[in-house]
Design a binder for this molecule. Structure first.
Ligand SMILES: [Cu+2]
Length: 126
C-alpha cells in the first residue's frame, strides 16, 4: 500500500512536470553557453524556439537556426532553417518546421557584432 501511494505521488509529480513542459535544454559547446527553450513541448510541425546565448559578446549577434534530420529508410532527409529575431537580453527567437518526431540535429550559427563566427550543435529529441 505504501509503495502504491509512493508510485501514485511520483506519477502525479511526473504529470505536473509534463504539464509545465516548456522545453528547456542547456548547451555548452565550442566555448558557447546557451539555453534552447520552447514555450510548448516540441512536436511535429511548427515550433517556436528561443535560444539564449550567455555572455555580453552575444547580445547583438546575428543568429540562424538550422534543424536537420538525416534520411532514414523510406524517408528523405529533412531540414528547416530560419533567421532568428533578436528579442533582447541575448535571446533569439525563430520558428522551425520539425516535420516529424524523432531526433533532429540543431545547429546554431552565430555571428557576433565583431564578426566572429560560432557554430553550436545540439540535438532535439521528441
Ligand atoms: Cu525522420
Amino acid at each position: 500500500m505504501k509503495t502504491l501511494t509512493k508510485a501514485f505521488i511520483i506519477t502525479l509529480l511526473g504529470a505536473t512536470l509534463l504539464q509545465a513542459a516548456a522545453f528547456t535544454q542547456n548547451i555548452h559547446s565550442h566555448g558557447v553557453s546557451a539555453t534552447v527553450s520552447s514555450n510548448q513541448a516540441l512536436s511535429a510541425g511548427s515550433n517556436t524556439i528561443v535560444v539564449k546565448l550567455n555572455g555580453a559578446q552575444y547580445k547583438d549577434a546575428k543568429v540562424k537556426l538550422r534543424a536537420f534530420m538525416p534520411a532514414m529508410p523510406g524517408m528523405p532527409a529533412m531540414k528547416s532553417m530560419a533567421k532568428a529575431t533578436n528579442i533582447g537580453n541575448g535571446k533569439y527567437r525563430a520558428r522551425l518546421n520539425l516535420a516529424m518526431a524523432g531526433t533532429w540535429q540543431l545547429f546554431i550559427y552565430i555571428t557576433t557584432k565583431n564578426g566572429e563566427h560560432k557554430r553550436v550543435k545540439t540535438f532535439l529529441n521528441f
